[in-house]
Design a protein around this ligand. Structure first.
Ligand code: CU
Length: 158
């Protein structure tokens, strides 16, 4: 009987311990790795299209309509030749333009050394948010603090 009681107490203590420590392991909403902030001009329709992709992928999107996108791109250190429409901040990285969600997930997982972010320069038909019946090939470019750029992924189009 005594053994049984000690065993029961042990189970309760371990259970309470697990319950007490669990909340600290669960990220809070504000620190969610899926929270992103998007800057776009108020008239940008395709930016909204891209945000819909982000929403559907489970990202918590905070979108800001701003007049002076150049200011935000400069502050985010987006290289001039990689510029697109909207500029997104997530997990300490910059996402410029119509970057597919799978590449963002990859970036957040791989955390390449010295990387600032990803870009799909311009506005390519067939990229996420740019659905218009055409599917042009495009590259996702990774850009680094030292000014280097590399192809991160290539989409072939169809
Ligand atoms: Cu766009």
């Amino acid at each position: 009987m005594k053994k049984y009681v000690i065993g029961l107490i042990a189970v309760l203590v371990i259970g309470a311990g697990a319950w007490m420590f669990k909340p600290s392991l669960v990220p809070t909403a504000s620190a969610s790795p899926k929270a992103m902030v998007v800057y776009k001009s108020p008239t940008c329709g395709c930016c909204g299209g891209w945000i819909t992709h982000a929403d559907n992928a489970g990202y918590q999107v905070t979108a800001h309509d701003v007049e002076d996108m150049d200011k935000y791109k400069t502050a985010a250190k987006v290289p001039g030749q990689l510029e697109s429409c909207h500029t997104t901040l997530i997990g300490g990285y910059v996402i410029e333009g119509h970057v597919p969600m799978r590449e963002i997930e990859r970036l957040l997982k791989e955390k390449p050394a010295g990387a600032l972010g990803l870009a799909v320069p311009g506005m390519v038909s067939g990229s996420p948010g740019m659905e218009n019946g055409r599917f042009d090939p495009y590259d996702v470019i990774i850009f680094f603090k030292d000014g280097k750029t590399e192809i991160y992924a290539s989409y072939l189009g169809k």
